[in-house]
Design a protein around this ligand. Structure first.
Ligand SMILES: [Fe+2]
Ligand SMILES: [Fe+2]
Length: 196
């Protein structure tokens, strides 16, 4: 994975109010994405169960971030656009060979979700390390959350294999999406948002 520019970490640490607000919304979006995917995977009960479990966990994360925001006297506010996630979806969809097969679309949505989880995990790690002297409470907070996102990354790849039924196809899409993700990350403007 292409590493995040160190400028992002500096900006994020300097803009914790905006970062935490955006982070709370990211957790809510992750929960709602997992639920929306679950309604399209009814042929695979195992996948539905996993997605609902992820949604519950993301919602619990949302509550934790919201509590952290309030403890600091910040309010949630309206969500910002997540250009990174939108662009990743857009560009990945352009490279999809078939749009008519639901399993191809679902596989891609799982693979893209896996990359978003991996990127979030990388950023939580950067925040944990950057905050350990300045804000140990928040450093621990991010240290605790990153294990879940690493697990979600692996789960989404497993789910992609189930809905696709073709490991080779999943491996191919992972390669394509990885290249797109690296490119999208290089175009970011290092805003103090979770995927900025
Ligand atoms: Fe989460
Ligand atoms: Fe997650």
């Amino acid at each position: 994975m292409a590493p995040t520019d160190p400028l992002w970490t500096r900006n994020a640490v300097a803009g914790l109010d905006r970062l935490l607000r955006d982070h709370a919304h990211c957790e809510m979006k992750a929960a709602s994405n997992a639920l929306s995917l679950s309604t399209r995977c009814v042929e695979h009960p195992v996948v539905v169960d996993e997605l609902v479990a992820i949604a519950e966990e993301e919602l619990a994360h949302f509550r934790l971030v919201l509590a952290e925001l309030r403890r600091r006297g910040f309010v949630l506010g309206a969500p910002e656009e997540d250009w990174y996630a939108a662009e990743l979806r857009r560009r990945s969809s352009r490279t999809r060979v078939r749009h008519d097969l639901a399993s191809f679309v679902l596989t891609d949505r799982m693979v893209v979700a896996a990359f978003i989880e991996a990127r979030s995990c990388e950023r939580f790690k950067l925040l944990r390390d950057a905050l350990c002297d300045r804000d140990p409470t928040l450093a621990t907070f991010y240290g605790d959350l990153l294990a879940s996102e690493a697990r979600h990354h692996r789960t989404f790849l497993d789910l992609a294999a189930i809905v696709s039924g073709d490991e080779h196809h999943v491996a191919e899409r992972r390669q394509v999406v990885a290249a797109i993700e690296a490119d999208v990350v290089r175009s970011l403007s290092h805003q103090p948002t979770m995927h900025g």
